[in-house]
Design a protein around this ligand. Structure first.
Ligand SMILES: *Cc1c(COP(=O)(O)O)cnc(C)c1O
Length: 375
């Protein structure tokens, strides 16, 4: 039986070729594996047009580990981080800085708005102690796309440094070192690159990283140490996720074959537009206006109907072979449908059909509302 299609923003549905790449055991000290790591890192750095100025530091763990490592390594102990928050991932970045005991200030924009560059400029002007700014490119808890380039220009003009959590937008939305200034971009294997979970990576300005020796609060999350060891030996410090690296290399081959970032963005845009339109046909309202919607995940307002419950919708849609994602908003009942992963029009249409059938069975929409499936 086919695995269910994951309409979740990572782990997500991967191709057979990506899964097959994991059918080998690779030694962490072996030259072939070291060459694979070096090649994956080079390809990742090229995706932001990093040239020789940026290096890629891979890190074991999920994306949060890499965000925590980036903040912990790049922010000096006496530095101060301004985190721009408009959802759960912004809150998480603030929380991890707080846990590691760093000076922290939060600018909160609420859950329904994008980060406002004007307010960022004002906050920086008011607080000269801020050395670094943290921003979430696509706030995956809602799907909001934040104005990264504008914020990057403001942070640069104010003489501060920028750390970008681009976890769910990396390899999908434009993010180039040629267009804007930043010190670090953090992402992971299992989102828009369509690899499997198990590693994050930080693309960081080489000179910033080399100057960051001794900043880290943690041994295993010290990116300076991870990088210098990798450069010296070609090996990861500590056991690498060998299968994950191999899967990511295969996923990058497919990424290139699809036309790189532009090709991937085109498919995800189509998935997202198709999903939003189909949900609207079912009477379900997307939470975000199109102007704020990143083509990553669609948040949907729960139907205001006594027959509706998310657990029942989830179970019914799962029975048809699709995994939905719960909402993550504090004030409103929502659910989420991801549009990233190795899925296209056929899977989106079939998912919409499954959602329609489930809602009809729950009495939320009239039977027969569903458009015919093409899968
Ligand atoms: C997925 C994601 C993360 C990391 O989450 P993990 O569960 O640790 O992989 C961080 N930030 C954003 C914006 C994300 O989408």
């Amino acid at each position: 039986m086919r695995d269910p299609i994951l309409l979740t923003p990572g782990p997500l549905t991967t191709t057979l070729a990506t899964k097959v790449a994991m059918l080998h055991d690779r030694g962490s000290w072996d030259v072939d594996f070291n060459a694979l790591t070096a090649s994956v890192c080079r390809r990742l750095a090229a995706l932001i047009d990093g040239g020789d100025e940026f290096v890629c530091v891979p890190l074991q763990g999920s994306g949060t580990f890499a965000v925590e490592a980036a903040v912990g390594t790049l922010l000096p102990r006496e530095g101060k981080l301004l985190v721009l928050v408009n959802g759960a991932y912004g809150e998480r970045m603030a929380r991890l800085a707080q846990v590691m005991g760093r000076n922290l200030v939060v600018l909160d924009f609420g859950e329904t708005q994008a980060v406002d560059p004007g307010r960022v400029a004002a906050a920086l002007a008011l607080d000269p102690a801020v050395t670094h700014v943290g921003i979430i490119h696509c706030e995956t808890s809602t799907g909001i796309l934040n104005p990264l380039e504008e914020v990057a220009h403001i942070v640069h003009a104010a003489g501060r440094r920028l750390v970008v959590d681009a976890m769910s937008s990396f390899g999908v939305l434009p993010l180039s070192a040629r267009d804007m200034a930043f010190d670090a971009v953090v992402a992971s294997s299992n989102k828009g690159l369509e690899g499997v979970p198990g590693m994050g990576f930080v693309l960081v300005r080489r000179e910033t990283l080399l100057a960051a020796k001794g900043n880290a609060h943690s041994l295993s999350l010290d990116l300076h140490d991870q990088f210098t060891y990798l450069e010296r030996t070609g090996r990861w410090r500590y056991t690498p996720p060998t299968h994950v690296v191999a899967a990511l290399a295969a996923a990058l081959d497919q990424f290139d074959a699809e036309g790189g970032r532009a090709g991937r963005l085109a498919r995800y845009r189509d998935n997202c537009g198709r999903l939003r339109a189909g949900l609207e046909r079912l009477g379900l309202a997307p939470f975000l206006p199109e102007s704020l919607q990143a083509p990553v995940i669609v948040t949907v307002l729960a139907p205001n109907h006594p027959g509706y419950s998310f657990p029942e919708l989830y179970d019914r849609v799962k029975g048809s072979g699709f995994i939905l994602y719960p909402g993550k908003l504090t004030a409103l009942e929502t659910f989420r449908v991801g549009c990233i992963g190795a899925i296209g029009a056929a899977e989106i249409d079939a998912a919409l059909f499954a959602i329609a059938q489930a809602l009809a069975a729950m009495g939320v929409v009239p039977a027969g509302t569903a458009a015919p499936s093409t899968l």
